[in-house]
Design a protein around this ligand. Sequence first.
Ligand code: NIG
Ligand code: FE
Length: 414
Amino acid sequence: MTRHFDTLIVNIGQLLTMEGDGPAKGEQMKALLLLEHAAVGINDGKIAFIGKSEEAKSFHANIVIDANGKLVTPGLVDPHTHLVFAGSREHELTLKQQGVPYLEILKRGGGILSTVQATRKASEEELFTKAKFHLDRMLSYGVTTVEAKSGYGLDEDTELKQLRVVKRLQNGHPVDLISTFLGAHAIPPEYKNNPDDFLEKMLRLLDTIQKEKLAEFVDIFCETGVFTVEQSRSFLQAAKSKGFDVKIHADEIEPLGGTELAVELGAVSSDHLVGASDDGIARLAGSDTIAVLLPGTSFYLGKEKYARAREMIEAGAAVALSTDFNPGSSPTENLQFIMSLAALKLKMIPEEIWHAVTVNAAYAINRGEEAGRIVIGRKADIVIWDVPNYAYIPYHYGVNHVNTVLKAGKVVVE
Ligand code: NIG
Ligand code: FE
């Protein structure tokens, strides 16, 4: 009996389905299910067939895409971005060249606080247009699911304005967006001497955020000169008690113990981890918290030190990768470049890198059962790459290897 599909992708050179259960931990990461000379059939936006291209010869389809021997993978998942902001910070590049540290720029009222000023002034429409521009670019790089944080308002109106932009994009953009409230991203000048009052104020916003379904995660920047471990603990505990899942910007610049706190709180992810302690890594490995590594930040801040991915993986932690797209520490939408950094700086092997930008990244935003894999019945988020094999992408760096992107079965980039 001949089968009929809306769309059929044939002549796939290598098909990475990333099939398996749960996030990939330690040794398991090395195995990749790879199908050669494959085909994928799509009906109603969902995967309906995975098999040999030979078998698909008898199938009918409205649209047939010839992959011509190329690599086909799930759409990439970027689990940590600061998508919505106004302005840019190219002037800080000179300061950095002069050796002024990132946290010193922030202390002087620049850095995050300079983007806060610009974002407070911008209209919702301006923020929407700019965020959409960056999101379109992410999609063009093969990213079909993106987490987006607020955190450049640090006051009620602007934080809500940022979150509403994400909500509008959720309703109108092909990329799936997951929203995070990062009201605790920095201490605004008006609360310089009473950060606890500021955190209280941000917590009071949670009811509105919940009522209007503006975010599902709450995050905090736990860092020297920003929020302490104690402040982060009580802030995130309060968020959890209201039903939010939590994330932490942990041990990004200085080792404070944010990694341990993430595990203690059962955070869905613990992000950055450049300064994570041995104990923090051991605890992560024994937990369900996903380690989200952002090597673009070490690279862009000119640091020698990168997160200890090898030790994390070998201890059995599930590692994801992300751009950390933001105007200060990582202005790039290009997750493919991050895959190269992961190979060169984190010493991750291609199999680990692919898990980190698909399955594990999806688990880092509670989408492990929906995104990051090509499985029958799942949404057809698929990328056809202009490369012969999966190891090629981290190897050939700095360019866009995308040929075609399908989102929920529709061609959105070609
Ligand atoms: O993840 N560390 C805090 N937040 C961002 C940087 C934000 C900015 O510099 O604007 C980060 O690195
Ligand atoms: Fe970040």
